[in-house]
Ligand binder design. Structure first.
Ligand SMILES: Nc1ncnc2c1ncn2[C@@H]1O[C@H](COP(=O)(O)OP(=O)(O)OP(=O)(O)O)[C@@H](O)[C@H]1O
Length: 218
């Protein structure tokens, strides 16, 4: 279980009252998907940054299966985040970008290479393994980033609007991949405004308001 309790954060360079002091509480079980909604500026990226370890909270608790995550740097938290800007390495071809999810030192076994090629086919990018990210469409880059994250096999996946702008067929294919992760016990936090994505994947929903997470109906 991911247990985030009263995790507080304040952007120090803001005037008092300009934006709320954030205080996040949520629980997320293995195999569960929780959707987080909220208007622009409500704190969705702040929440993801705190969970992933890119921002340091003022106080509160964050544990995964009882272990304190706040004591760990981002790369030791077992959390993979798919950001809106995809975070791909522009000078590296698609297959290496994906391979970095499997082996950060890029010492890939034959089986891992086969997994990358199969994964690319699964997300509709068959034959594009040697292209550079700059030679792909926005939606194709998005799929590379998502595939890299899914292959990493982290127990916790944070997805920031991962399916925006994709056509329905592609989206449904990616939903299937995320569902498979859930079935394997991965806990997924999905930031999305899209009703269809939420309906397809999330068992619970919550909304950001006034710097807090408010539970919503299914
Ligand atoms: N580095 C920063 N310094 C000061 N204020 C910041 C900083 N980053 C974000 N903010 C402010 O904190 C609030 C929450 O920002 P955040 O990026 O978490 O919102 P969001 O819900 O992810 O928005 P969007 O949907 O537009 O990406 C906003 O009012 C924003 O202006």
């Amino acid at each position: 279980m991911l247990d985030c309790r009263d995790l507080t954060f304040h952007y120090s360079r803001c005037d008092p009252g300009e934006i709320p002091d954030f205080c996040f509480t949520l629980r997320l079980a293995p195999g569960e998907c929780l959707a987080v909604e909220g208007p622009s500026g409500s704190g969705k990226s702040t929440l993801l940054g705190l969970l992933a370890g890119f921002l340091e909270p003022g106080g509160g608790r964050l544990t995964w299966r009882g272990s304190d995550l706040l004591a760990l740097p981002p790369w030791e938290r077992g959390i993979t985040t798919v950001f809106q800007d995809h975070n791909l390495f522009d000078h590296l071809p698609v297959w290496i970008n994906v391979g970095l999810g499997l082996a950060p030192d890029m010492k890939l076994s034959r089986a891992q290479r086969a997994k990358i090629i199969a994964g690319l086919a699964e997300v509709g990018l068959e034959g594009l393994q040697d292209r550079l990210p700059g030679e792909l469409s926005g939606g194709q880059r998005q799929r590379v980033a998502l595939l890299r994250a899914l292959l990493r096999g982290s127990p916790l996946l944070l997805l920031d609007e991962p399916f925006t702008g994709l056509d329905d067929i592609t989206r449904q294919g990616l939903w299937a991949l995320v569902r498979r992760q859930k079935a394997e016990g991965v806990a997924v936090l999905l930031v999305s405004h899209d009703r269809d994505d939420i309906e397809a994947l999330a068992g619970r929903r919550c909304r950001l308001a006034g710097g807090r997470l408010v539970a919503e109906g299914r």
